[in-house]
Design a protein around this ligand. Structure first.
Ligand SMILES: [Zn+2]
Length: 372
């Protein structure tokens, strides 16, 4: 095995307990893992050396919430929304129709294209949901495609109720035949718990069926208003994403349960919804993750640096908190401990920035700072 020394790092973010951020640092990669890190002048020798010329190096981003298996484009719907016109496009169902009509090859190529965008912007771990198939066949093939690209696959048959279908019959399908076909391709099960999608009882039925089938629960909760989603998540110990609207009682339940709250600033940006107050969650001691929610309807960004910039500017996070949430926070949401940090034993998933400090991720919004 060849060891690589990465050195002349102006600022190294490791999130190690004792030395979370070091200046004038170096680290050694051996067998794809971090074997050593510390001050540059104390570095051991290695077979190969990469001098990054004083750049900042951060853990690769962990994007814990994406919907990459889709076809089609909803730019007209976005334009209508941004020009204040009421839009009549069918929202998620527009994407469902395009996804059902697409070939497996087309869907896989679309995932690959978006993952390439993500990698170029520093993302090294990605969760991918189904949810634009909404038939047993189309959900199963969506997950089979997602599984070609990541281990973090999520069955989201309960995204919306398909047109001309009764909710009770659809929940029966999602928790029965569809779950049985999809579970082999998924690690997680998810539900969109919201008025107009799935209520508390239906969401509980979906998640409990998934748990019984060996999947881990997570949830889309409290995106469009106050609701039961986040308290259901707290009860089940499930990470809860969106959480734009939380009452004080909701936050108390989150603190009590210790669940991870996933904030998705691209959604509020792209829908002109109010931003959640991350400060309130952080001050209460909640573990917060940041993710893109990359999808063609409500947040069509693949950029974690963009999400960090918005979280700092509009959700009252410090640059350091936002970077932690986009890396180690994402890993906490996905319950994996060897990514999202650069401590000894972690995967050598890192990003070199064309900047002296990680602070530039928020300080220079929209600038492509990740160089590799
Ligand atoms: Zn989502």
């Amino acid at each position: 095995m060849t060891a690589l020394l990465v050195t002349n790092i102006g600022e190294l973010v490791t999130w190690d307990d004792d030395r979370p951020i070091l200046n004038d640092a170096a680290f050694v990669v051996d067998g794809g893992k971090i074997a050593w890190f510390g001050q540059r002048n104390e570095a051991p020798s290695a077979d190969a050396v990469r001098d990054v010329g004083g750049a900042a190096v951060i853990p690769g981003f962990v994007d814990s919430h994406t919907h990459l298996v889709f076809a089609g484009d909803r730019s007209a719907e976005f334009e209508a929304r941004m020009t204040g016109q009421p839009y009549e496009a069918g929202g998620i169902r527009t994407t469902v129709a395009a996804t059902r009509a697409a070939t497996d090859e087309h869907l896989a190529a679309n995932v690959a294209r978006h993952l390439a965008e993500m990698r170029a912007q520093g993302t090294t771990t990605v969760e991918i949901k189904s949810g634009y198939g909404l038939t047993t066949h189309d959900e199963a093939r969506s997950l089979a495609i997602a599984q070609q690209f990541t281990q973090e696959t999520t069955f989201l048959g309960a995204h919306v109720v398909p047109a001309e279908t009764e909710i009770a019959a659809y929940v029966e399908l999602v928790t029965g035949e569809m779950l049985e076909r999809c579970a082999p391709y998924a690690r997680w099960i998810d539900v969109f718990c919201e008025d107009g999608a799935f209520g508390a009882d239906e969401s509980r039925a979906v998640l409990e069926a998934g748990i019984a089938a060996g999947l881990l629960p997570r949830i889309h909760a409290n995106q469009l208003g106050l609701g039961p989603g986040v308290r259901l998540a707290a009860e089940l110990g499930a990470p809860a994403d969106h959480c734009t609207f939380l009452s004080d009682a909701d936050i108390a339940a989150v603190v009590e349960s210790g669940i991870v709250i996933g904030l998705l600033p691209g959604v509020e940006f792209s829908t002109r919804q109010p931003y959640p107050d991350a400060r309130k969650l952080l001050d209460a001691g909640v573990t917060v993750s940041l993710a893109t929610d990359c999808n063609p309807g409500s947040s069509y960004t693949s950029s974690m640096p963009f999400c960090i910039a918005v979280a700092v500017r509009d959700m009252n996070m410090s640059p350091r908190e936002a970077l932690w949430s986009a890396t180690k926070g994402g890993a906490a949401s996905l319950r994996i401990d060897d990514v999202g940090h650069l401590g000894v034993g972690a995967k050598a998933d890192f990003a070199v920035l064309n900047a002296p400090s990680y602070v530039h991720l928020a300080y220079r919004p929209g600038v492509p700072l990740v160089v590799g």
